[in-house]
Design a protein around this ligand. Structure first.
Ligand SMILES: O=P(O)(O)OC[C@@]1(O)O[C@H](CO)[C@@H](O)[C@@H]1O
Length: 320
């Protein structure tokens, strides 16, 4: 089973425009859709669509729109009541696939509620294959909240602990590196910030540089880094090697949730017992399929085409 923890989930509203976004103008939308979101929620939506056993843990009252949407869509979840309304995030998509995202901060969680979420993650980790710590942290959470969860789960289960993946950003992501998670899934910008090498644009343009940046995290004890590089594809770096997967050419409709789908594809591929190259292929196939769907729709396995993804091994850095 794949377990995800999303401390700051959202109701994702996607608004599609008929033309480019014009700042300061009134524009008419041609379509709008709403889905329960947050990175870990999207990962479970993608896994459930492919009938993989997955469970999303999140804060949220039974009456909250996010929790009700999860019920309605039959997405496996367990929510911890917090007595506050979860956030709404907005994505505006243009016909060429350009997506502008505005995310609310989310409700403040008390120390007791955060302990409740951490304890829920520890309890539900029993027998799980993966635990994914996903998304931003809500106001009130300490920056090392994910690091605390990693430590608590490993203390509780030792060698039987699930493998731990982190899909976050900024300080909450950086604070997990010392805890040696099994997998990090940064995008180019997050990888640049985390490694101190280049910037988002330069890592997307130069996958070898992205691989070097990922290597610097593996050298610090991270099990593997799956770095998504937008339309360029993704690189996977671990002690076993480094690979680049080129993304197939697609007509992008909305990139929201593409990275989450890529991680879902990678995780389900590990559960099939695939090797690193096949896992990377499935990740990029899932990400591409998600980007070609409108809004935050996530693909099922049968909607992905891993055979269209080309994977090549990358040479190690000269000094490593
Ligand atoms: O504000 P965060 O937690 O970093 O990201 C939240 C979010 O943008 O991530 C998902 C897409 O990856 C969306 O479902 C959601 O709105």
């Amino acid at each position: 089973m794949i377990l995800t923890l999303t401390p700051n989930p959202s109701l994702d509203l996607t608004i599609a425009l008929a033309g480019p976004l014009e700042r300061g103008e009134v524009q008419r939308a041609v379509a709008a859709s709403e889905h329960p979101g947050g990175k870990g929620v999207n990962i479970v939506r993608a896994l459930a669509a492919s009938e993989f056993d997955a469970l999303a843990l999140l804060p949220g009252d039974p009456s909250d729109a996010v929790v009700r949407a999860l019920e309605l869509e039959s997405i496996p979840h367990l929510s911890l009541p917090i007595g506050a309304t979860l956030r709404s995030n907005v994505a505006i998509t243009e016909p060429d696939g350009t997506t502008t995202k505005v995310n609310e901060p989310g409700p403040t969680l008390s120390a007791a509620q955060l302990v409740g979420l951490l304890e829920l993650a520890v309890a539900k980790s029993d027998g799980a294959s993966w635990l994914v710590l996903a998304g931003s942290l809500p106001p009130g959470a300490p920056a090392d909240f994910y690091a605390q969860v990693i430590s608590a789960v490993r203390t509780r289960y030792g060698a039987a602990a699930p493998r731990i993946a982190v899909d976050s950003s900024g300080t909450p992501l950086a604070a997990t590196v010392a805890g040696a998670p099994d997998l990090l899934k940064p995008n180019a910008e997050e990888l640049a910030e985390l490694s101190g090498m280049g910037d988002g644009a330069s890592l997307e343009a130069d996958p070898a540089l992205a691989a070097s940046a990922a290597q610097s995290l593996v050298d610090q004890g991270v099990g593997a880094v799956l770095a998504t590089l937008g339309a360029k594809g993704a690189v996977l770096v671990s002690t076993a090697g480094r690979w680049l997967a080129k993304a197939p050419v697609i007509a992008a409709k909305s990139t929201v949730g593409a990275g989450d789908s890529a991680l879902a594809g990678y995780l389900l591929s590990t559960l099939r017992g695939d090797g690193p190259e096949a896992c990377l292929k499935q990740a990029v196939a899932h990400g591409a399929a998600a980007a070609s769907l409108p809004g935050t729709l996530v693909p099922a396995l049968h909607q992905t085409n891993p055979s269209a993804v080309e994977v090549t091994a990358l040479a190690p850095d000269k000094e490593s």
